[in-house]
Design a protein around this ligand. Structure first.
Ligand code: NAD
Ligand code: MG
Length: 379
């Protein structure tokens, strides 16, 4: 018997991942239907998506915009959308810690969360695990590296995994000497060599904060300690990550750099379904594939983030929030590129004793870190 299409809630529908997801969904109308859409403030684009996708539920987080009849306005709309009975899968494509409540609520309500919003797991990985255990929900990563690792591990038990090797493009400043890096401008940081993404994650890729977030994300998704998660720079972004097994064999996942592939896999895992939306992989055209060590002197934020992950408690939430605040200031032209990692280091040492036992404590640590960074630059 044919199954009815699964209901999908797409949170953050006007962003980079949010715009890619409908292209994937549109190729599989027999499998998926858009049940809910939410956006932050781009009411015009949301209205165009509503006209094309006919969701049952429409949410706009910010008020003060021209709202259409029947739309739900306010922060609560993302949680409502994520927990609707007709929703089976929640694609969380919100940027930043703002996506956390929706992830927790969806897991608690037994949904599959196709997670692009890695900040959820960084801020509250332990709470996400317990919400999933209580409610029966599951996280399947959209992040390309974690999708790769999931595919490499397949059905093998985690006891057979020795090490995860997460690849990093190195960002636009991969080869910049330290002196030149001090002059890096907003436009330079936004000029990513291999991926086209939203502004926050693009800056995170330039500082390598994104890789720190991904190491913490991998720790929670795959249950490995931090000393068994390595990062290697791979400028071509073709090998999306690798898994070394206990017998020394290494399995890698490759493909053209498009988020449509991990979005589709997050929807269908562990199944694969036919899809011809992505151009075929050409190994010769993709050559050469090269690997380099991380330049920790140029990109100190990676080690800061991994250390925060090791410390646990509220430290990852402080790392994330300090970064979000610093990136907002950098994008507004208020601080320099290297101020981002200094601000994170300062927040981590000032708030090293912040408690992280429950959601309230984590949100308090998040707010304190943002305030610390604002005070640092007198903003
Ligand atoms: P983006 O800035 O392009 O879009 C983010 C969307 O989130 C916005 O369009 C908006 O609708 C929504 N949003 C913003 N603030 C919000 C708030 N306070 N409340 C509710 N909704 C809000 O970002 P993006 O590049 O699509 O990234 C989204 C997430 O996916 C991030 O966590 C990022 O790290 C992750 N990710 C992105 C890519 C990529 O290729 N873009 C790849 C891997 C992971
Ligand atoms: Mg990634």
């Amino acid at each position: 018997m044919r199954r009815p299409p699964q209901g999908v809630a797409l949170l953050g529908s006007t962003g980079s991942i949010g715009r890619s997801a409908p292209r994937v969904l549109a190729r599989h109308p027999d499998r998926f239907r858009v049940a809910a859409l939410t956006a932050h403030s781009n009411a015009e684009e949301l209205a165009a998506q509503v006209a094309a996708l006919h969701p049952d539920y429409i949410g706009l987080v910010s008020d003060g915009y021209a709202v259409h009849p029947g739309w739900h306005v306010g922060t609560e709309s993302i949680v409502e959308a994520a927990t609707l009975p007709e929703v089976d899968v929640v694609i969380n494509a919100i940027v930043g810690a703002a996506g956390l409540r929706a992830t927790l609520a969806a897991l608690e309500a037994g949904k599959r969360v196709a997670l692009a919003n890695k900040e959820s797991l960084v801020v509250a990985g332990t709470l996400a695990e317990s919400a999933a255990a209580r409610g029966g929900g599951e996280i399947v990563p959209v992040d390309s590296e974690h999708s790769a690792i999931l595919q490499c591990i397949g059905s093998r038990p985690v006891t057979e995994v020795r090490r995860l090797i997460i690849t990093a493009s190195g960002g636009p400043f991969r080869t910049w000497p330290l002196e030149r890096l001090r002059e890096a401008q907003r436009e330079d940081a936004l000029n990513h060599p291999t991926w086209s993404m939203g502004p926050k994650i693009t800056v995170d890729s330039a500082t390598l904060v994104n890789k720190a977030l991904e190491v913490i994300e991998a720790h929670f998704l795959f249950g490995l300690p931090f000393d068994r998660i390595d990062v290697v720079v791979h400028p071509q972004s073709i090998v999306h990550s690798m898994v070394e097994f206990v017998d020394g064999s290494v399995v890698a996942q490759l493909g053209v750099p498009t988020m449509e592939l991990p979005i589709l896999y997050a929807l269908t895992h562990p199944e694969r379904i036919g899809d011809d939306g992505v151009s075929p992989f050409d190994p010769v055209a993709s050559s050469p594939l090269t690997f380099e060590p991380v330049r920790h002197d140029a990109f100190p934020a990676l080690a800061l983030g991994v250390e925060a992950g090791r410390r646990g408690g509220a430290a990852p939430a402080v790392f994330n929030a300090a970064n979000e605040q610093a990136v907002a200031l950098f994008l507004a032209g208020a601080i320099n590129f290297h101020d981002i990692s200094s601000a994170i280091a300062s927040a981590l040492s000032a708030l090293h004793a912040a408690p992280g036992d429950d959601l309230e404590a984590l949100l308090a640590a998040d707010a304190a870190a943002r305030q610390h960074v604002k005070d640092l630059f007198a903003c």
